[in-house]
Design a protein around this ligand. Sequence first.
Ligand code: HEM
Length: 417
Amino acid sequence: MNAQSPIGFSYDPYARDVLENPLPYYRELLENHPGYYVDKYDMFVFTRFQDIIDVAGVTDDNTFVGSESTLPMPAAITHKNDGPPPFVSTNPMSPGIMLPSPEYEEMRLAHIKPLRPKAVAAIQDMVRDLVLARFQELLPRGKFEMMGEFCGLVSAAVTCHLFGIPRSEAQSVLDAVNALAVYSDDKVGVDTPGMYDQLKAHIIPAVERRRKAGADGEVPMVDGLINHRVKSDGRALTDDEIADQLVCSFVAATETPPKPTSQGLWTLWKNPDQLAEVRKDLDTNIPIVTEEILRLCITNQFAIRTAHKDVSVAGVDIKAGQRVLLGIYAGLRDPREFDDPEKFIWNRKINRVLTFGYGQHHCIGNNLARMQVRTMLREFLEHVQDFEFAMDEAVHAASYFHWGWIKLPVVINNYSI
Ligand code: HEM
């Protein structure tokens, strides 16, 4: 925070010192600056829990849309829109996160099937087996990196399952996603457009394979889009359009669940009294502690929308063309919603969360994410009786995409398998 704040307080979500540590800025925004305006991006920043609910809850008739991406690079939003920008193309169909209604919902429903609660429950044993297979190799080694060698490979194998990609490609899927979902100083941001171009190279062969196999519903994430006919004109989607709908899930399914899982275990290690409590009854306590971990140990920071209509919400008058930032990470630390919000309390009573966003863009993978985090936590605490983290080798990310540990080497002192 620069010398003259808080009097001269200023917040730029993409500024270096915010990337390094956004927490002091979030505290100041939560305390004194609801609906904070950032002239550089013509954007209102919402960090208070209820304000985020109110803004993200405006879901009717395309008031707020991801037209300029929900996670744009800073350079993409330094211009002021003169009124509502044009909606993105729906023929060809643009990436799902940017689409207006009704196409946004149409594309979402066409690939949601494997992420519904029943479908997720049906692959829980598969996830558990993936975890135990990793343990067979890793635990006897006595030391490994939590995200790159354990959680990340489990999640990447789940991504392969969802996309009909051979499990043998899990490592290259993980490497590709991790290489792109990072802050690049050269590009001054997380290169989301580049992420789409490069990851489609992994997804399009999967679509081609499913077409050849007849898209019989065996791989609903892809088959659903292959068999979909666009409501407005009855046409089928091309492989490229299908891949554009799937990149977000491909990235999120691979690199997101490993982060709260690893940060959650690190936080429990830092709170041995709470870890001991959790261990007393894993079946009962894992679902409980997972909610606090999903509140305090996720690394996602915010999401952005562009207004396509004038609207007054959360005490702010927003003009068409202006932008809003939904400060999810900050909202999960709002003292109006959570007592002692920055304190980890394993069995905290949690009525509602913003972990998976809110409203139209609410996380399509929340059921799968919860199941994966619970399963990895449970199996780790079941099979590892004593562990510690080699923090001198740990790496913390400075990014507006993910702020948190991206490398956490763990030492296994005592295990059973
Ligand atoms: C702990 C893990 C996860 C967290 C914390 C998380 C968080 C989020 C959040 C906060 C949003 C809302 C973004 C916005 O409002 O713009 C979101 C959307 C989304 N998530 Fe997740 N997610 C997780 C796991 C997953 C998984 C496993 C998948 C895929 C299978 C997934 C796929 C998506 C997709 C497709 C969207 C919609 C994006 C949009 O429509 O703009 N996520 N997620």
